[in-house]
Design a protein around this ligand. Structure first.
Ligand code: NOJ
Length: 566
């Protein structure tokens, strides 16, 4: 099997707006990241993924890029970025950036040109179409819905035409079938690699090709159905990525992780990122993000993890990629609710938080921690719709309200439970004012629970979640178990259990038995097939084994080095 540097890395995702404010304007910034490099080094990570900081009108918090070669004023300057790259590299930390290639901002100069006339040389940089006449009225070319609600088309009066935009009206989609667009995006990637970045997380990568313009099937009363098949994983995406890989990525030692989201099955994932695909190093999928009843409930305490579904997802991806590819390992990111509020247990925050960390970090792949996960940050207690900042949270609230206009309380609760504003609250550095994130009132929300959940407090307690993460990272990067944790095989055991997620990791020298209880209930695990050599890591100080039965406490998680009794 091929070995690359990024297989031996541990990543950390930073949402710059809410990480650390270095200049007292209430917004996190690039210098803020540089100031926290020591923190990241102490935690042990050696790869950071930074969400977009490019010049942008910030309709979608930076995923609407106005200038790929400049930094948004609120985040700093190009010099700040150069300084960050240099200092990070000195500490042995590599940096990857978000590469946003499906769309630009409508304020990008290409789009300003493109919309000005049908003859403009930039016109074909985007996807334009005339409207359709229905009952004597001009309407969108198709009924396709967009991810953020409403139509996937927006009307542009200057040239009396529609442009496609599968996210927000202010994020027109690029026309990848135009080789000039490909050339431009190649230049952008090259420029950032020349500046010293070590790779990219590639945004919305599965959407670069479009199906023929035929209406999607709609349910009754549905005006704009969201049909992923119209713009996901279509054949030409692979041609575009092969060109990018050949001309840019494979020329360097960089890493590329495509966001294929809910759009890609395992088979698609393999097409993008198997070692022989010659496209991407890895893909982020979201299949494990929805293994609960989140969409059916209105109160967080009613959330219930479907353990069998969750481990089935992990197992299928781990098994499919065995020998032929590599996976990133992340629980959640800046687009999903917080891990502790999704799969953690509010009655056992420490035990469940540590268990979740172990369950993920002991798998085969490259772990990515989302900022604040290492201290157990939770969702925000939303009380009013005005607290939402994110376009899709607002759209989601409206969606629920339209269905039941008499019940704004339920609409708010539903939108709050999976709002993307949850993971974007200010990083909780201390119990001080504004969570130690800033010295002035921050632009991101500050979760009131920062009094209890914060970095400073975690660092002051040897038993904290933070130290558990540090220990897991250390095991993977520096211990005698490094080889087996990184490159060992993965094998699910106790497949039918609804309480445990247990698996084996093996190489020629060692076998690790990883047992995670996803339950508040006490339970037992049968150890008679194993001789225990060493307890590698656990989330309780004492382990209770009697007559070859392991007695697990609520959310107990334990890794043993074992020999199998074959
Ligand atoms: C995926 C990003 O993670 C998300 O935050 C963004 O809104 C969309 N892509 C559009 O760029």
């Amino acid at each position: 099997m091929q070995h690359f540097w990024w297989m031996e890395s541990v990543g950390y995702q930073i949402y710059p707006k809410s990480f650390f404010d270095s200049n007292d304007d209430g917004i996190g910034d690039i210098k803020g990241i540089t100031l926290k490099l020591d923190y990241l080094q102490t935690l042990g990570v050696n790869l950071i993924w930074i969400c977009p900081f490019y010049d942008s009108p910030m309709v979608d918090n930076g995923y609407d890029v106005r200038n790929y070669f400049d930094v948004a004023k609120e985040f700093g300057t190009m010099d700040d970025v150069k300084e960050l790259i240099e200092q990070a590299h000195q500490k042995g930390i590599k940096i990857i950036l978000d590469y946003v290639l499906n769309h630009t901002s409508d304020e990008h100069p290409w789009f300003i040109e493109a919309k000005s006339s049908k003859e403009n040389p930039y016109r074909d940089y985007y996807l334009w179409h005339d409207g359709k006449i229905v009952d004597g009225k001009k309407v969108e070319p198709t009924n396709w819905g967009s991810f953020f609600g409403g139509s996937a088309w927006n009307y542009e009066p200057t040239t009396d035409a529609y442009y496609m935009k599968i996210f927000d009206d202010k994020m027109p989609d690029l026309n990848w079938a135009n080789p000039k667009v490909q050339d431009e995006m190649i230049l952008i990637a090259q420029k950032w690699l020349d500046l010293g970045v070590d790779g990219f997380r590639i945004d919305a990568v599965s959407h670069l090709d479009r199906a023929p313009l035929e209406d999607a099937r709609a349910n009754e009363g549905e005006k704009y159905p969201l049909d992923w098949n119209k713009f996901s994983n279509l054949p030409r995406v692979h041609d575009y990525l092969k060109r990018l890989a050949k001309e840019v990525f494979n020329q360097r030692e960089c890493v590329t992780i495509g966001e294929v989201g809910g759009a890609a099955s395992i088979i698609e994932g393999i097409k993008y990122s198997a070692f022989d695909s010659k496209e991407l190093s890895m893909v982020f999928n979201f299949d494990h993000n929805w293994c609960n009843n989140l969409h059916e409930i209105t109160h967080p305490k009613k959330l219930k993890t479907n353990v069998k579904a969750l481990k089935n997802v992990f197992d299928r991806w781990q098994t499919a990629f065995k020998d032929i590819g590599w996976l990133p390992l992340n629980w959640l990111n800046h687009d999903q609710p917080r891990l502790m509020s999704q799969y953690g247990d509010y009655r056992y925050p420490l035990a469940s938080g540590k268990m979740l960390a172990t369950a993920l970090h002991m798998m085969r792949g490259t772990p990515f921690i989302y900022q604040g996960e290492e201290i157990g940050m939770t969702n925000f207690p939303f009380e009013d719709v005005s607290q939402f900042n994110d376009v899709s949270s607002i759209a989601n609230y409206r969606y629920h309200l339209e269905r039941d206009p008499e019940d704004p309380v339920t609409a708010l609760r539903k939108a709050a439970l999976n709002s993307r504003d949850n993971p974007r609250t200010a990083m909780q550095w201390s119990s001080d004012w504004y969570a130690g994130f800033s010295r002035v009132k921050p632009v991101p929300l500050v979760n009131p629970n920062h009094k209890k959940i914060n970095v400073k407090r975690n660092l002051s307690k040897k038993n904290s979640l933070w130290y558990h993460y540090q220990q897991l990272i250390d095991l993977r990067r520096n211990s005698i178990y490094k080889e087996v944790i990184i490159y060992g095989t993965y094998e699910l055991i106790e497949k039918e259990s609804e309480l445990h997620y247990a698996y084996l990791r093996k190489d020629d020298e060692r076998t690790l038995l990883v047992i995670n209880s996803f339950s508040r209930k006490k339970s037992t695990f049968d150890l008679k097939n194993y001789q225990i050599i060493h307890r590698v890591i656990s989330n309780y100080p004492k382990t209770n084994i009697k007559n070859a039965q392991l007695h697990l406490k609520p959310y107990e998680s334990i890794v043993f080095e074992v020999k199998e009794n074959l």
